[in-house]
Design a protein around this ligand. Structure first.
Ligand SMILES: NC(=O)c1ccc[n+]([C@@H]2O[C@H](COP(=O)([O-])OP(=O)(O)OC[C@H]3O[C@@H](n4cnc5c(N)ncnc54)[C@H](OP(=O)(O)O)[C@@H]3O)[C@@H](O)[C@H]2O)c1
Length: 245
């Protein structure tokens, strides 16, 4: 299938490793011109070199620096056609009451405000040009909150509602906005959370954790010309793990 991504300009945030890096690599393979960002100059430069893209320093939790990021990317690569919003995850705890207000505020800025700022900055240009794709890397916990991930579930659920609203508003302008509800994919994040234990994989109907490549393939499809009538969707990439309808 030709995804029609040749020459498209993409920005993938939180992309020095893991899911963001995998998506950037897949979009590059499909012929897109990809900018990637993360907090560390050293890590993002190494990642950019590995896939032959351009790296930019940007903290997804810093909404105020979004206009500068978008301007730098557009100056170097041209108008952004595809935006993939991603970052690291917030802290986890088995005690949902243990987080202070500062933790809640930081998670809000990282997972909700930072992503909305990126969407607000990139989408009007997409509307004006009559074509655009936004992919939000979200989590299955928005449907089935995990006991240890209250910060993630709360803010990602809010972002999902915001993106559904915006997706309906811009659907007539050739811009689609979709979310990927991540199951357990083998990355440093899932290793840090202890989700990569063999018994965890055995609990997933597919019998194993997902790979970054499998996840990135879903993102590439939603970024494509072929996905033009899919918007406001939340696609599970979880090997059948979710029980909800
Ligand atoms: N893997 C899973 O199974 C899974 C499941 C559900 C949800 N998720 C979510 O999916 C997202 C990506 O997960 P992952 O597994 O790819 O994690 P990962 O392997 O730990 O990679 C996280 C990436 O995000 C970057 N990053 C972290 N904090 C950032 C910030 N404040 N601003 C910009 N970049 C930032 C990191 O780069 P720098 O350190 O260089 O900034 C790194 O490139 C996370 O939000 C995670 O919670 C993952």
């Amino acid at each position: 299938m030709d995804l029609g991504l040749e020459g498209k300009v993409a920005l993938v945030t939180g992309a020095s490793k893991g899911l963001g890096f995998g998506i950037a690599r897949e979009l590059t393979r499909e012929g897109a011109r990809v900018a990637i960002s993360s907090r560390s100059e050293e890590r993002i430069a190494a990642a950019a070199q590995a896939i032959g893209t351009r790296g930019f320093v940007h903290d997804t939790g810093d909404a105020s620096s979004v206009p500068d990021l978008i301007a730098r990317v557009e100056q170097e690569l041209g108008p952004i056609d595809i935006l993939v919003t991603n970052s690291g995850g917030p802290p986890a705890s088995e005690d949902a009451l243990s987080f202070g207000l500062d933790d809640w505020r930081a998670a809000y800025e990282l997972l909700l405000l930072g992503a909305v700022a990126l969407v607000q900055a990139a989408v009007p240009g997409m509307q004006a040009r009559g074509w655009g794709r936004v992919i939000s890397v979200s989590s299955g916990v928005v449907r089935e909150p995990s006991p240890v991930l209250v910060l993630s579930a709360s803010h990602r659920a809010g972002l999902l509602a915001a993106l559904r609203t915006i997706a309906r508003q811009v659907a007539g302008d050739g811009v689609t906005i979709n979310s990927l509800l991540t199951g357990v994919i083998a990355t440093d994040r899932s290793r840090e959370l202890g989700s990569d234990r063999p018994e965890r994989g055995a609990q997933i109907p597919a019998g194993r954790l997902g790979t970054v490549e499998e996840f990135a393939a879903a993102a590439a499809f939603l970024s494509s010309e072929r996905a033009s009538y899919i918007t406001g969707a939340a696609l599970r990439v979880d090997g059948g793990a979710s029980r909800s309808v």
